[in-house]
Design a protein around this ligand. Sequence first.
Ligand code: GDP
Ligand code: MG
Length: 443
Amino acid sequence: MKRDETIAAICTPPGEGGLAVLRISGKEAFAIANKIFTGDLFSYASHTAHLGKILAGDGAIIDEVLLLVMEEGRSYTGEATVEIMCHGSPLIAQKILARIFEEGGKPANPGEFTARAFHHGLIDLSQAEAVQQLISAKSEAALRAATDQLEGRLSIIIKDLQKSICDVTAIIEAWVDYPEEGLEFATQEEILSMLDTILFKATHLQQTFHDGKRLMEGISVCLIGAPNAGKSSLMNRLLGTDRAIVTSIAGTTRDLLSEDLRIGGHTLKLFDTAGIRDTNEVIEKEGIKRAQAAASEAEIVIVLHDITAPMHELDYPLDYPGAIVCFNKTDLPHEPPPFEGILLSCKTGDGIDDLKTAIIAKIQTLTHRKEDEVILTQERHFAALTEAIEMIALAKHNLQFNESPEFIVLDLRAALRALSSIIGIDITEEILGSIFEKFCVGK
Ligand SMILES: Nc1nc2c(ncn2[C@@H]2O[C@H](COP(=O)(O)OP(=O)(O)O)[C@@H](O)[C@H]2O)c(=O)[nH]1
Ligand SMILES: [Mg+2]
């Protein structure tokens, strides 16, 4: 990545739209835009917008655009930046981009604008990753997690952990330097308790990852039940489309069907499955196997019964702990349900709202987190934090078993490095240095 180049790209998604936005960033951004735009960019104040035309090399008009200038140090990337809003035709945006390249702009790599923001110290690594997360967030909660991370709340927690580890490291390093004096600055119990506190906090953060991952990937909901219970009808009802084939022939659905379903600010992955029953039919058998696998992996299972079906069929092995139980076909004459469940009719739509309410309640119990809690959403962060925890646990073990302090320092430094990799800033030397200054006074 050559950082002295001026880069450009179309920032809006491909395809037609009301507007398309192009971004140019780098030292030559103003000069390049000036060559293709009808106004004089150098006369504009930063953060002002200007109407004008983008011209082809031969002077022909490509499009009328709104152009926004941002001076160095006051843009997303930290570099001089020009943003061009043109009409949302892919053809026009491409032509303007080609003009920018003709005048010396270079194609931006994926994520390069954000990478530059990182290199200029405007955001740290976890914040840079949050930008991508923000864009791809599938639910309100995922959006909030990404925003938290972008605001640097994760970085604050990580730095706080690093600071605590540094405190311990400093004590033990002093012990390395002045072994005859032993652990003069704290007792072994005190250090162990410091390490326990660090482990507690780190483990707490680590455990948020399960929820974080679920938020990013979307929660899966699996419909399961006997053949003809109305699973495919329910899928169609929830989606509001005729997605799944519905017939009165038992065993119609054989493969897993899945669709994104939006309920109450959440994006769910809804699975329709083959009805569970004894069968010797090979394809149906495989379908049932997949249905059971999908149900055991899903976060939320909806067990659907046909309320008009004979009792012995109702308790067919559909025992999924925590499942939402529903009785369908309540529009037909029926007995009271044999056990508790939501009464609904896919035919009339009765009870569908009750089911949606139950799904939302379930999601809330699944992702029950305090409003302001920071959660881990990225595999990379999880892996680094896990490594740090292992190293701290090892340091604790080595301390308990009276290993030489050099080893303990190595463990703690490894933990610090792992944490540094999350935010991409190695602050350990700096912090250690500052602690040492205070620490070793008079020694
Ligand atoms: N009367 C009535 N029939 C329904 C209802 N839901 C589904 N059915 C019918 O039950 C049959 C099986 O439905 P389907 O959705 O294919 O069930 P699946 O095998 O569980 O996927 C079809 O003939 C549907 O029209 C309902 O709420 N009321
Ligand atoms: Mg079906």
